[in-house]
Design a protein around this ligand. Structure first.
Ligand code: ZN
Length: 259
């Protein structure tokens, strides 16, 4: 399982029957500061531009896309094609309050929006189901990845068949957090530290990639079944970055479907 760059997107590949990709800011029709492939209706960009950008980002068609209203919590749900199209063209129809989506349905594309938070792609090694999670520090320490794994196992699938792709997000090089984050991180990772020294005593640098990987490993997923791209959205200007850009900026999309 590995990540490859393909034109303006990053693809998590090598699982037969699964298509998973993460967009960059390139390849759309938007004007600054949303240039050019902003996929969010909630950041001030022209809605018709966002609709066209979403059409460009999801070649399978928006009628089969489902998106969630993400709230930095740990809600994860199985969805099927009865939810087709929700949130695709009108954010008010998004699935409410979820940071993780799973499906077995071959007629559905799951999508989520990202600026700096971690996109966690999930797939069955046999391609029987797919999933995507949105994990900032809150969702990470709340255990959105744990909730997803529990849902997958509860549905009857083996832990050993789960494959994980951790995509572009703000990296340990740029993700500064204040001291308040220390306790919850240390609580979930009792045997390892993913906090590095910050600019002063009041700050840490947090490695969300390793935090999520270590939590997934603690749940029983093998290291070799977790593909961490390791690309920082703040360092690399091919991405929108909420932290770096400060002013209004766009959102990338992570998408996954069965083929
Ligand atoms: Zn960085």
């Amino acid at each position: 399982m590995q990540w490859v760059q393909e034109g303006d997107r990053w693809r998590w590949q090598d699982i037969p029957g699964v298509d998973a990709w993460f967009t960059t800011r390139h390849g759309g029709i938007g004007a600054p500061p949303y240039d050019s492939l902003n996929l969010s209706f909630s950041v001030g960009d022209d809605p018709d531009t966002v609709k066209e950008n979403r059409r460009l980002a999801v070649p399978q068609g928006l009628s089969r896309l489902v998106m969630a209203q993400q709230i930095h919590q740990d809600g994860v749900a199985w969805v099927d094609s009865s939810e087709s199209g929700r949130g695709a063209l009108d954010p008010t129809t998004s699935l409410q309050g979820l940071d993780g989506l799973l499906t077995r349905d071959v007629h559905l594309t799951l999508g989520m929006g990202f600026a700096d938070c971690v996109p966690i792609f999930l797939a069955d090694v046999f391609g029987r189901w797919v999933g995507i999670l949105h994990a900032g520090w809150r969702g990470t320490v709340l255990g959105v990845q744990r909730r997803a794994v529990m849902e997958i196992v509860a549905a009857g699938y083996d832990l050993g068949d789960i494959r994980v792709g951790i995509g572009p997000s703000i990296g340990p090089c740029c993700y500064e957090v204040d001291r308040a984050v220390e306790e919850p991180v240390r609580k979930v990772l009792t045997t390892a530290s993913t906090l590095g020294p910050g600019r002063d005593e009041a700050h840490w640098m947090l490695d969300l990639w390793s935090t999520n990987r270590l939590i997934l490993e603690s749940l029983g997923i093998l290291r070799e079944h977790i593909a961490v791209l390791g690309l920082c959205t703040s360092c690399h200007h091919e991405f929108f970055s909420y932290r770096r850009d400060q002013t209004p900026t766009g959102r990338m999309g992570g998408f996954i479907c069965r083929t």
